[in-house]
Design a protein around this ligand. Structure first.
Ligand code: SAH
Length: 251
């Protein structure tokens, strides 16, 4: 039996009860780079911990290799946990692993996790939807590696979706900006860049579609980071103002 488990967006407390149970019962854990290592301490001491991380642009273990190892450990009758950052089925390649397990006749389950767009938005106090401002949001990849198979429809996203949560976009900011401007999104559209969302190292920067690239360069934005585009990004400013008013009233 293999459990494909979401570890949540970074803060180790943002894992589900079910995911934690699976970690505590694991005999083998194959984990990714974005998994908070504190969670591994929850596994039994004798459990085997195998790092399968890929830094952007580099590959520690190929996906085929990971799939093969999952199958091999499961065949040995071990309780296998495949632990992934965020949610395994949101840009996590969990689907490919599920297919490989199914093809080998191995039973598996998927334990969802809080995806980083949801986690980072919450930590930055940015609601992904908001009455009157945003009736929809989309999770989008900013990585052009995906474009061979299923190209991102920036033309439709620029008009059809209110809030864009862009994953894997740090190295593609000029391209994302160009695409969204080309398809009619205003340069003044507010943008939040959220680095290491939900962790104690989180940095949040507010800017616009027009200047997000310069800002990211100036602050040396690193991975992992999420790009939120849309009017909802203005809300934390309003919330902060309200909080200040409340505290001056109370104070
Ligand atoms: N399955 C993961 C996504 C993996 S793709 C999930 O559901 O969240 C990797 C991308 O996720 C990164 O490039 C970054 O855009 C985003 N990401 C992951 N953790 C993050 C964090 N703590 N803060 C901001 N973005 C994060």
């Amino acid at each position: 039996m293999v459990s494909i488990v979401g570890a949540g967006p970074g803060d180790p407390e943002l894992i589900t009860v079910k995911a934690m149970k699976r970690i505590r019962q694991a005999e083998v854990i194959l984990y990714d780079r974005l998994v908070n290592e504190e969670l591994l301490e929850e596994a039994p001491g004798e459990a085997e911990r195998i790092y399968c991380g890929k830094a952007p642009g580099r590959h520690a273990a190929s996906q085929e290799d990971i799939n093969r190892r999952l199958v091999a450990y499961a065949m040995q009758g071990k309780r296998v946990v495949r632990l992934k950052g965020g949610d395994p089925f949101v840009f996590g390649r969990g689907g490919e692993e599920a297919l490989a397990l199914a093809a080998a006749g191995i039973p598996y389950e998927v334990v969802p996790g809080i995806t980083s767009a949801v986690g980072a938005a919450a930590s930055a106090s940015i609601p992904l939807t908001h009455r009157g401002l945003a009736a929809s949001f989309a999770c989008v990849t900013g990585s052009r590696c995906h474009e061979d198979g299923s190209p991102v429809r920036w033309d439709l996203l620029a008009h059809g979706v209110d809030t864009l949560a862009i994953y894997m976009g740090v190295s593609q900011l000029p391209y994302i900006r160009e695409q969204l401007l080309l398809h009619g999104k205003a340069g003044s559209t507010p943008v939040a860049l959220i680095e290491q969302g939900t962790t104690s190292r989180q940095r949040t920067f507010l800017c616009t579609l027009e200047n997000m690239h310069e800002l990211a360069k100036a602050v040396k934005l690193g991975n992992p980071a999420l790009i939120l585009v849309g009017e909802v990004v203005r809300l934390p400013g309003q919330l902060a103002l309200l909080e200040r008013n409340v505290s001056t009233r109370i104070g």
